[in-house]
Ligand binder design. Sequence first.
Ligand code: HCA
Ligand code: CU
Length: 407
Amino acid sequence: MRRFAIIDSTLREGEQFANAFFSTQQKIRIATLLDAFGVEYLELTSPAASPRSMEDCSTIAGLGLRAKTLTHTRCHPKDVELAIASGVDGVDVVIGTSSELRRFSHGKSIDEIIALAREVIPVAVAGGVEVRFSTEDSLRSELSDILRIYEAVAALGVHRVGIADTIGIGTPSRIGEIVAAVRGVVGPKIDIEFHGHNDTGCAVANAWAAIHAGATHVDTTVLGIGERNGITPLASFVARMYVDDPEGVKRKYKLPLLRDIDHTVAKIVGVDVPFNACVTGFCAFTHKAGIHAKAVLNDPSTYEVLAPDDFGLSRYINVASRLTGWNAIQHRASQLGLKFTDDQARHIAEQIKSAADAGHMTLDHVDAILHAEFRRVSEPQGLLSGLVEGKGELVASNGTAGVMTGG
Ligand code: HCA
Ligand code: CU
């Protein structure tokens, strides 16, 4: 697996999410959970933002977490001094480099940006903290401009340079080209970070492409929360990297904590975990169509690229629908301890399909049909003794009619 580290920015970029107003206690809770999960870095809101932000930086930096703490700062000596005073392990310096931001934000030329970096970076280096320098709106900046900046800051002793897709305009191939070009000017020793917004839904793919092109660090937030519709979501990025190397990712991170992390932050910011969230969406491991269910029951790898067990989760076979099939029904029957021949199961599946066509079905309806059919087929022969104790019965925690299967 390629070497990579996660910089989780839920407590910085995530604080820029429309619904986020974290209290100190909530920040501590989020930081502690992310640390237990194993993210390598936590990025915190700049101490220059407000007095409480300054206190919170010191509090989190003082928790003694394994994750390193970083704070975001403008390219300004005073901001960097405040950051160092807060006790964090590193500063993430950023300045806009696209013509849009240069014209409408700070009004500086590329030469002026480099001159400012020469003033600011030595302050951070002298403070003994890890230093990153990033170019906001990198994707709309002239590549030659940002390469000139990266070359200059590399010579000033930064540990990491950042590429920021601030408006979510990047594509994986373009990100790959930029990362490779940046690697060309900063050499092999300096780390490269990618920060990608999700305006066009490419944030995870772009982060993955950045790593594959030689970036070493990816910014994420829990659920992807951030400005507008946010950045690369932590769980999605981890899922993507897991596919490259399940064992490596399992060693690096406590995957079963993802569910708690997503639900905790969702609750704090007053949203639901999106139904289509990778790993933690309520139906991420629910199989419904009969064709899928049959194959998954034979071998889960047929329709699963993520093994739910590795994430401390279970798969569900949704049997209460017109799309179900007799294999899934047979499986449900066996969980209830009811035995049917394949022909009987086919007949029951037809019954369930008609009932589902006629109206909303639930797992309870399915079970009632199975029990009634079992009585019908067994009673004449006096086979009720064939009924064994039910096991494994479960309605998905999300309330969908489903059946949990082992591993
Ligand atoms: C911001 C902009 C930023 C910075 C990213 C970075 C972006 O909100 O301050 O520091 O690399 O998207 O450009 O989040
Ligand atoms: Cu951002």
